[in-house]
Write a protein that binds this ligand. Structure first.
Ligand code: GLN
Length: 218
């Protein structure tokens, strides 16, 4: 059974837990260091990145999460979670995991547009999108959102706003989105993350099993 942890210090962790439950995955709320052990993947939710970072320090979670990521376990940060993962967030002084090779700007969209929704084209979601919906964009919800200002080597850009602003990235087993897929009915980003964990995901694509031919060659 696949168990996905959701860092539950502050923010909208319950929404992630609900989506995971809908996808048939066991979700564990993580508040203590020993709860990181044995997870197959970890989601860091949106909320307030300063608070999440400070509480993570207070509860001794920073090093266990860094070790978890260094061991190659998939992690996904949404919004404040993306900020917490980043290597560089400019002038702010707050605890960061510093594992994702990007420069992130907090509250990048200013007060006038604290929140907005936009349709994104995300080619990386093709594997979790039924063929008949291949053109369907991903409706992304941004709430006092950050933006990725620069990406370092090894970071793949998964989505941009129409003006070119980078809002979703992946660096090997580290996924970051500036928006909140857990606040919509579209479960494709969660499925995409579960694919990174190699978890069987219920969906349109059948789970592939080795054919007799490949078995015979083993
Ligand atoms: N503005 C928040 C921060 O800087 C992030 C907002 C969110 O997670 N929705 O931490």
């Amino acid at each position: 059974m696949t168990t996905v942890g959701v860092l539950a210090l502050q923010g909208d962790f319950r929404e992630h837990v609900e989506v995971l439950a809908r996808l048939g995955v066991e979700a564990r709320e993580v508040r203590r260091a020993d709860e990181v052990d044995g997870l197959d993947g970890l989601i860091i939710p949106g909320g307030e990145s300063t608070t999440i970072g400070r509480l993570a320090v207070k509860y001794g979670l920073v090093e266990p999460i860094r070790r978890f990521i260094a061991a190659g376990r998939p992690v996904w940060g949404t919004c404040a979670g993306l900020i917490f993962l980043a290597r560089d967030i400019g002038g702010y002084d707050q605890p960061l995991l510093g594992v994702l090779n990007v420069v992130v700007e907090r509250n990048a969209f200013g007060r006038q547009v604290d929140s907005f929704e936009v349709d994104l084209s995300v080619p990386a979601l093709a594997d979790v999108t039924p063929p008949e919906e291949a053109e369907r964009p991903f409706r992304a919800v941004f709430i006092r959102a950050p933006a990725v200002k620069a990406v370092g080597p090894g970071v793949q850009v998964l989505a941009r706003l129409p003006d070119g602003t980078i809002v979703a990235v992946r660096q090997e087993h580290i996924l970051g989105t500036a928006f909140h897929p857990e606040l919509t009915d579209d479960t494709r980003f969660h499925r995409y993350f579960l694919q990174m964990i190699h978890a069987p995901v219920g969906g349109w694509r059948p789970v592939t099993t080795p054919t007799n031919a490949t078995r015979a060659e083993e």
